[in-house]
Design a binder for this molecule. Structure first.
Ligand SMILES: [Zn+2]
Length: 169
């Protein structure tokens, strides 16, 4: 995985697509003023500031406050801070891996039932509560082969592990 992809994944998952746009703009530049960011984002200065400070709170940007000699007010100047990206990336990926493993366990440990019209799918205990009749349409619920689902989750786990192994940093 290349560095840009990792950056946009991390920033996007943490703070959303607007933050990715800001980071990609700051990247490779130095000391970008908050007003320039607002202009690039086509947003007002308050929203731009809010987004920039969110980056700062997540250790993804640093700033310096300088007094504008002409106007007399303070302006912040921003830099992208990439050092924590690989660490945050690994943390996010491990969390995803963990939840996939939990899903896999749920699928392998339970028998699932689905109604003939495919409106509901539930595990054995839940289906038994409804006497194996679909709560939506009243049809009989049948045990379902979840081999494909298990295969699918297993593939996703393998992909994620490969991705994590090839990540820089
Ligand atoms: Zn149904």
């Amino acid at each position: 995985m290349n560095q840009n992809k990792m950056i946009s994944e991390v920033v996007g998952e943490l703070l959303g697509e607007d933050a990715v746009t800001i980071v990609m703009y700051l990247k490779g530049k130095e000391q970008v003023s908050e007003f320039e960011v607002a202009r690039v984002m086509k947003t007002d200065i308050h929203l731009a500031r809010a987004m920039l400070y969110k980056l700062y709170e997540n250790n993804l940007a640093t700033f310096e406050r300088k007094k504008d000699r002409v106007k007399g007010w303070y302006v912040t100047f921003w830099d992208f801070f990439p050092d924590n990206i690989p660490y945050i990336y690994k943390k996010l990926q491990s969390k995803k891996l963990e939840s996939l493993r939990e899903r896999l366990m749920r699928e392998t440990d339970n028998e699932f039932y689905m109604c003939t019209n495919a409106c509901t799918r539930m595990d054995f205990d839940k289906a038994a509560e409804f006497n194996f009749k679909c709560p939506e349409c009243g049809c009989l619920m049948n045990p379902m082969d979840n081999k494909r689902t298990i295969e699918f989750i297993n593939e996703k786990i393998q992909d994620l592990q490969k991705e994590m192994a090839s990540a820089p940093g």
